[in-house]
Design a protein. Structure first.
Length: 574
């Protein structure tokens, strides 16, 4: 029978006998480290541990965000409404949950549906903060090629994209701004209800805005049957459209699917807002142009241009004259080139304005912006409403040797990303039109110049919210340019002194404006005040009345919110 030769290696024996005799040399530091690393690798973590915390870089989640992640995964089984108040980091919570499920092997294919203006922001944060290979959806073929896609709700719900989405099965579906799903009769609600998903996160700061039915619709979308059938829900919990009964039992049912953190419940250490109103004194030539445009706008309005479209055209001109000569120039020739009879001749009134415009050789606002930026040894974002002003500002800054980049809505996604990277790593200044007020995070910048002031408070707050948010480590300086003796000065007085918009984050601002704007928008109200007031004193009185109405609605919203918090979420954070 064939046998294999056996060789014995006894080279180790002499060293072992020596170690036994001297009782030394059993190990060294390198061997100890290897043994420790091997032991650590074999340790099974506790079931409720969050593995993703060891695999994220560049930021540290807050305690409440970690608690939300743990609760969603271990108690709610991956189906939850994240209803933190505005600014508490619902995006971070969703990213942590997604990362955790990916690490555990429970999620491979995920769909994130957000407003179109936030697609880039979500994609960027998932990649940079969580190292999740998410892509922004651009073409129909991308649905099948990539596992983790960020897309806008409007794109996903229409063909041919709708068919791709509904034919796929997703491990996790995340929907931002989920309060838009509060009505079961809308296409949004019906579309999300049809999407095949194992886990689901709905993100909204306002899960209940008006009626009890809204809450039922959201919960039913997430976990059908959690609140029973609609007739049972109405019988058990609804006293009237806006009033609940059996509140303790309702609160218990809601707590199984909804998590809400509030600012007052935790120490968030948000930095301060330091507001500077910068008065701008116009040159005599600029003053003549402003007065000429104001007189032209009022005379046109009083002579029959009273419809909304005409008001908008006139007010654009009125606002542009507070911005720059270049902005006025474009509108004059775009809107008023044709005369009353439809010929190509410029009317005498417009010709007069053109002559006034030609006399303006400098811009007081631009000079002040350059002066302030020269005094700031840090990055600055300048917001203007007009592209012509944007280009004028960049030219002026470059002439002074200040590096500046533009950012506007006409740029495609790649160019926007490029401008953001240039601003963060190289340029001192970004000059942004209104597109810069949406969908980008600029915590690395702590200085904002409102070169032009929007007449809509929501747009002002959106601008500031790009910089003053969680992750900002410095106090934020806000410089509001106010051209003395103009309608812009009055608007800043309203927003700063009366509404006190800049001093604190107003999470309920959108709801307040909705209640205030039952018949016409705040911007339309301001238009009428500007066009129909006889003098600055009358403008100031009418703006004072408007501010009183705002505060009445604000008190109403705050009171309603406190009642809802107690009714639906309890006196402390879930």
């Amino acid at each position: 029978m064939f046998s294999l030769p056996i060789h014995y290696d006894r080279s180790w024996l002499s060293q072992m006998e020596k170690n036994i005799e001297q009782d030394t040399g059993w190990s060294n530091w390198e061997r100890f480290q290897l043994a420790l690393e091997a032991a650590q690798a074999q340790v099974v973590p506790a079931f409720d541990s969050i593995l993703s915390l060891q695999q994220i870089y560049g930021f540290e989640p807050l305690r409440h965000q970690i608690d939300v992640t743990r609760q969603v995964i271990h108690e709610m089984r991956g189906r939850a409404i994240l209803a933190d108040e505005v600014g508490l980091g619902k995006t971070i919570e969703a990213g942590l949950i997604l990362k955790e499920y990916i690490i555990r092997g429970l999620v491979k294919k995920a769909l994130i549906l957000v407003p179109s203006s936030l697609v880039l922001q979500w994609t960027r944060e998932l990649n940079q903060k969580f190292q999740i290979p998410a892509v922004a959806q651009k073409k129909a073929w991308m649905w099948d090629k990539y596992d983790i896609i960020v897309a806008s709700m409007d794109t996903a719900k229409r063909e041919p994209h709708r068919e791709f989405v509904l034919n796929s099965e997703y491990d996790l579906l995340i929907v931002d701004e989920a309060h838009k799903l509060k009505n079961r009769r809308t296409k949004n609600w019906q579309f999300i209800n049809e999407v095949k998903k194992k886990f689901c996160l709905l993100l909204t700061a306002t899960p209940v805005q008006n009626e009890m039915e809204e809450l039922f619709n959201l919960v039913t979308l997430l976990k059908p049957g959690q609140l029973g059938r609609e007739s049972q829900f109405n019988s058990d919990f609804v006293e009237s459209k806006r009033k609940a009964k059996n509140e303790e039992q309702l609160r218990d049912e809601i707590s199984r699917v909804l998590i809400r953190n509030r600012r007052r419940d935790g120490d968030l250490n948000l930095t301060k807002r330091i507001v500077h109103t910068i008065p701008i004194n116009l040159t005599p030539e600029e003053r003549d142009l402003y007065e000429g445009v104001t007189e032209f706008v009022r005379s046109r309005f009083q002579n029959g241009a009273g419809d909304l479209k005409s008001m908008l055209s006139l007010l654009v001109l009125q606002k542009e004259v507070c911005s720059s000569r270049d902005a006025v120039f474009h509108t004059l020739f775009k809107l008023f080139k044709r005369g009353e009879e439809g010929n190509e001749e410029i009317s005498p009134e417009v010709a007069h304005l053109v002559e006034l415009l030609r006399k303006v050789k400098t811009s007081s606002k631009v000079e002040e912006a350059v002066h302030i930026i020269q005094q700031i040894p840090d990055k600055v974002i300048v917001f203007t409403e007009y592209r012509a002003t944007q280009e004028m500002l960049i030219r002026a800054l470059q002439q002074q040797g200040i590096s500046a980049v533009p950012y506007r809505g006409g740029f495609n996604r790649n160019k926007k990303d490029w401008m953001m990277e240039l601003f963060q790593k190289r340029a001192q200044v970004m000059v942004a039109t209104e597109a810069g007020g949406e969908g980008i995070n600029l915590q690395f910048c702590s200085h904002i110049i409102n070169f032009d002031m929007p007449w809509n408070p929501m747009r002002v707050e959106q601008r500031i919210g790009r910089v003053h948010r969680l992750g900002q480590k410095k106090d934020v300086n806000i410089y509001n340019f106010s051209t003395s003796g103009t309608i812009e000065e009055q608007i800043i007085w309203l927003l700063h002194e009366k509404i006190q918009l800049f001093e604190s984050v107003i999470g309920e601002l959108e709801t307040i404006l909705e209640k205030l704007e039952s018949e016409e928008s705040l911007e339309q109200s301001l238009m009428k005040i500007a066009l129909t007031s006889e003098d600055p004193h009358q403008i100031r009185n009418r703006l004072h009345t408007l501010s009183n109405q705002f505060h009445q609605k604000k008190d109403e919203v705050v009171r309603t919110k406190q009642e809802q918090d107690e009714r639906f979420y309890g006196s402390t954070t879930s």
